[in-house]
Design a binder for this molecule. Sequence first.
Ligand code: ARG
Length: 296
Amino acid sequence: MGEGMEGMSVGRNKHRWGVVLAMLLVATVVGLWAGTPSSAAEEPTREPSVVGGTAVPDGKYPFVVALLDKRYGSTASRQQFCGASLIDRDTVLTAAHCVKGNVASNLRVTVGRTYLDSTQGQVRNILRINIHPSFNASTLANDVAVLKLSSAVSGIVPIRLPATTANSFEKPGRSLTVAGWGNTIAQPAFGSVGSSYPQRMREAQVPVVSDATADDIYRNYVPSLMVAAGKTGKDTCQGDSGGPMFARVSTSTGVVYYQVGITSFGTGCGAPGYPGVYAEVNNPNLRNFIVYWAGR
Ligand code: ARG
């Protein structure tokens, strides 16, 4: 673990213990969950979030999945600890660090749900966790896992995986979207401040940062396996891990979405000089692993 890894913690902090202990990471201690509105009608106004983002209207990104651990309480908002994405009718993609050390029977997902403590979308159990064989829990290289659902969801269009040759999505400066239910409070590079976890999914636009820059910032950065994105005040944060970073593409038949990255790590959240780091979905080795498990 290097300097770049300090201040980094994994998962929604209100129940980060399991994953963090499993990964032997230095976690930052932040405040506990403050309270849960019981219905969408009580949805409170919230500060800019994701960090520096905006609230997502119901149904806007149905392929964004909430990853829940049933041991963490009785409501979806208490159980949510990571994000994921629907890549096939019975398959979701997430970060390996979200599920390493856990077992499928503890997990479930909501697909097509925007507001956590609602009945929106479809809920599925997990049959099987597939972690990339080269995942390194210390460096977070190959931070990819594929989860098989207990049964297919219906009527939800999965997000697309870019071809291995589709590198224009990763061009520095290109704006991509991140979404999730992670902490909305920006965190400094060293130390931490309070946390706030939204009921409603949030999104932010983040600019791709060059591999050369990211390589200088994070000593565990691997250009071929990772994409960095974000700027001061615009970033993913704890609880967003495993969720997608994606590009919106307009075609003659309508809008489609391509998943460029999987939320993986960062120092602080939205801290100056520290963009977020995402597993690079179209790296051939990662993409082959994903497609293999999506197909069976
Ligand atoms: N590792 C965090 C999680 O498990 C996500 C980190 C993203 N951090 C960032 N600064 N972009 O939820």
